[in-house]
Design a protein around this ligand. Structure first.
Ligand SMILES: C[S@@+](CC[C@H](N)C(=O)[O-])C[C@H]1O[C@@H](n2cnc3c(N)ncnc32)[C@H](O)[C@@H]1O
Length: 257
């Protein structure tokens, strides 16, 4: 089953791939041989892993068939597997588990992160980036539209509206298992162009599971309400640009020897 549109997602490829580059910049492994990219999407994060380690065995994991098809048709050399990260376990212990912009789609982070750490060999690394902007208008507007429309019952359980914990929570449950734990946040200020570009951005990500559950008139009205509220919250500036502040949480955990 697919709800993602790789072409729409890649419209902001530069903005979306930059956190991967910055996350990878803090991974101090010299020559990891087994690397897993969880939620590899169309392969844009896998590409930067491949560029850094041309000889590694890299596996891209994703549960969306369209995203994975796009990854497979790219020139990135990797094994591609269609698996839900929640049900996934590696064939062999990992030197590096990398995940950019994916784990916020899964719940119960204490259990999930500890499980992923257990798949990494001693001195290996779990490196994760997740958005932590769920109290920003881009997301509170989705919640408001979901909860106040005739679709409320159908959409309410789609996902947790605030799935990412505080940085100190991740420190709390990971620090006992790590030799080194690097946690930081960055707020990007994306400079976007065009009409209602924040709607364009989230229609390729945060809105996907909602839009895939609606059809016909309901879907149209849902989109119109989101568009209307988003264009009021993120105004076009006199120079034609729209600023989209976007906070992200980065975690690089090196497993104890
Ligand atoms: C925002 S994209 C990230 C793509 C890429 N890693 C990047 O850096 O741009 C999130 C990806 O996570 C995948 N995903 C979401 N939940 C997943 C799950 N439970 N198991 C596997 N993949 C999942 C989606 O299909 C999507 O391709």
């Amino acid at each position: 089953m697919s709800s993602w549109d790789p072409k729409l997602y890649l419209q902001h490829q530069d903005h979306r791939t930059r956190p991967s580059v910055e996350l990878l910049g803090r991974v101090c492994l010299e020559a990891p041989s087994r690397i897993y990219d969880l939620g590899c999407g169309p392969g844009n994060s896998t590409r930067i892993l491949r560029q850094r380690w041309p000889d590694a065995h890299i596996t891209g994991i994703d549960s969306d068939d369209k995203m994975l098809r796009e990854a497979k048709s790219s020139d990135v050399n990797a094994d591609w597997r269609c698996v839900d990260v929640d049900a996934w376990a590696p064939d062999n212990p990992a030197d590096l588990i990398f995940s950019n912009a994916t784990l916020h789609w899964l719940g119960n982070h204490k259990r999930l992160f500890l499980k992923l750490m257990s798949y990494v060999r001693p001195a290996g690394v779990l490196a994760v980036q997740m958005p932590r902007n769920f109290t920003s208008p881009s997301h509170t507007i989705i919640q408001q539209v979901v909860e106040t429309g005739p679709w409320a019952d159908v959409l309410r359980d789609v996902r947790d509206f605030n799935p990412v914990a505080r940085p100190e929570d991740y420190y709390e449950f990971l620090s006992h298992h790590t030799a080194m734990l690097d946690i930081w946040e960055t707020e990007y200020v994306h400079v976007l162009k065009g009409e209602n570009p924040v709607y364009g951005w989230i229609s390729g990500t945060a809105l996907t599971p909602y839009l895939s559950r609606l059809e016909g008139k309901d879907q149209q009205t849902f989109i119109e309400q989101c568009k209307d509220k988003l264009s009021n919250a993120y105004c076009k500036r006199p120079d034609g640009t729209t600023l989209f502040p976007f906070r992200r949480l980065f975690i690089v955990a090196t497993v104890k020897e």
